[in-house]
Unconditional design. Sequence first.
Lengths: 113, 115
Amino acid sequence: AQKITQTQPGMFVQEKEAVTLDCTYDTSDQSYGLFWYKQPSSGEMIFLIYQGSYDEQNATEGRYSLNFQKARKSANLVISASQLGDSAMYFCAIRSNDYKLSFGAGTTVTVRA
Amino acid sequence: DAGITQSPRHKVTETGTPVTLRCHQTENHRYMYWYRQDPGHGLRLIHYSYGVKDTDKGEVSDGYSVSRSKTEDFLLTLESATSSQTSVYFCAISPLGEQGGNEQFFGPGTRLTVL
């Protein structure tokens, strides 16, 4: 079974600053995938970034980067140059070998002007 | 945007009645999923499908059944709805196994209230 832990229920960040969202995971699979999703107040789930367990380089997508530390089982999301539109709930997820996704409880980010 | 629609988007029903939620995709992806989202729990997998007539259980499958008779449609049925099944239900699709496919894309969600 897979488990995702997001220890920060809520965070505040100043506009234009960077913010790091923590995610640790537990899995017995050798091959797995890690995801981050954004859920704004409107409710939709928006895919942000993906990291495969065998990918040696950290994934980046625009202002989003995934700080992948395999030995520590950590997959933190870094949002650079925060914008007001980044205020949302952020979910970390892990996909197991049988293609099921397990999600963390989420972190709420509030960007202050 | 990935072509996923869910119907209905909102539903209020009474305890003990059957309910069917529909997920429709236009992407021809093999993998489809049903999740529920409750406060404090994130999203939890109910059932998923890896092809027509091929389905498997997730972590919270009790009280739910699914069917997939066509690639584009994945139905979630609550045989006898209970108040504990009040939730927001999300469908998702994934191009797993297809070239370049790692993402999982979500539909807009269905808000179900069981009174």
